[in-house]
Design a protein around this ligand. Structure first.
Ligand code: NAI
Ligand code: MG
Length: 364
């Protein structure tokens, strides 16, 4: 090609929302890694637009997102999110001011949360080897316990009444079940465990069970079983090898995925993808952890969950080779013992980020 003809690059337009606390540090790290990845591999670029929607800004101006915030986000190919929440703002205000409206309004009804023990790291479980824990949790992300229905009456009186209504719809359950079965089918073990609490909760949870068995008929090649959520915590700890793909409600999967992350080494490594599988809206990628005010500003947050989330975003926008390469680079680095404190290492956020950048340049 003549030198004056510039090779046309695929451009992926990313909305970046760093948010609060360590969300800012790990988003900076992820953006740095993604730019190095694109530059090293070539053929594609990321174009980032940063939105300063955070609790700090909320305290200054009284809003998280402007009225046309969701419309602005719709113009992007994907959204990269750090974390939201700060001690000066009640957590239900920050979550409902930013992350939950994005997930709900952009039809991101699936939340995919993979967990495994990365190379060079170990589980806090004494007998759990790397090959014993390799799960994908599929979380219903649009309704259930986080549907936002309910209210408070007689506030500030001794007779206050508060309701928090869980909403379960056949349409909502069926679409998450189908996604979960497809995920299970795509993995070598073809195994799906469905979690509810249908012994004590006899309406919505029973509908979950019913729809699960209905959809299962279309997936005869997928082995299935059903767990109550309390017993599931025991099974995750005592028989991790017996699990593969897991589907659960918004609340249950939120809790189980923090446990899953801890069992695989640290909450700091765990990624999540908030997907609109129809692709009518951009999907959003974020580590599962929060803003971690206890370590914010110290430069010691583990950026691995942010990198893994970035890799899932790269895969979603169609750069399969780059996604695999990024994960390989991350694991080569952890394998060498370059890790933050939460994983038993001695590096800080910048140290791990630099090591992953160098590894990407070595790999490609
Ligand atoms: P958290 O996940 O922020 O922190 C829990 C514990 O894990 C802390 O001890 C923290 O230091 C540690 N930790 C978390 N991420 C880490 C990392 N990358 N490296 C090393 N250690 C890490 O959960 P917490 O404390 O319950 O919530 C803090 C704030 O974050 C709250 O305002 C909460 O509402 C918000 N939050 C926001 C989320 C989001 O934006 N999607 C998700 C979860 C919580
Ligand atoms: Mg959570």
């Amino acid at each position: 090609m003549p030198s004056h003809v510039r090779e046309v690059s695929r451009i992926h337009r990313i909305a970046s929302i760093p948010g609060d606390g360590i969300g800012v540090d790990i988003t900076d790290a992820a953006v740095e890694i993604l730019n190095v990845l694109a530059k090293t591999i070539g053929g594609f670029e990321f174009e980032f637009t940063t939105f300063d929607w955070s609790s700090k800004k909320f305290l200054e101006r009284g809003w998280y997102m402007p009225p046309d915030g969701l419309e602005q986000l719709k113009k992007f190919d994907a959204i990269y999110f750090g974390a939201v929440g700060w001690p000066d703002v009640p957590d239900h205000i920050s979550l409902w001011g930013l992350i939950l409206p994005i997930r709900k309004s952009l039809n991101q009804y699936v939340n995919v949360r993979p967990t495994r023990i990365l190379e060079g790291t170990k589980s806090p479980l004494a007998d759990c080897q790397r090959e014993d824990l390799d799960w994908v949790i599929i979380r219903e992300n649009s309704e259930g316990e986080y549907s936002g229905q309910g209210g408070t009456s007689h506030e500030s009186s001794p007779h206050t009444v508060a309701t928090e209504v869980s909403i379960f719809t056949r349409v909502g359950i069926e679409r998450i079940m189908r996604f979960a079965f497809e995920t299970a089918r795509s993995r070598p073990r073809k195994k799906l465990t469905m979690v509810t609490k249908s012994n004590a909760q006899r309406h919505g949870m029973v509908l979950w069970d019913t729809v699960f068995y209905e959809v299962a008929k279309e997936y005869g090649d997928v082995e299935i079983d059903k767990m109550l959520v309390d017993a599931m915590t025991v099974r995750m700890v005592l028989q991790p090898k017996s699990l593969d793909t897991i589907v659960a409600t918004n609340l249950h999967a939120d809790i189980l995925s923090d446990l899953a992350a801890a069992l695989s080494g640290s909450i700091g490594i765990a990624p999540s993808s908030n997907l609109d599988p129809t692709r009518a809206n951009p999907s959003m990628f974020e580590p599962i952890h929060g803003s971690a005010p206890d370590i914010a500003g110290k430069g010691i947050a583990n950026p691995v969950g942010a990198f893994w989330s970035a890799a899932e975003m790269v895969r979603w926008v169609g750069e399969e080779k780059a996604a695999d390469g990024l994960m390989k680079a991350v694991e080569n680095v952890t394998a060498r013992g370059v890790k933050t404190k939460d994983l038993g290492g001695g590096e800080d956020t910048k140290g791990v980020t630099k090591a992953v950048c160098q590894e990407i340049e070595t790999l490609f």
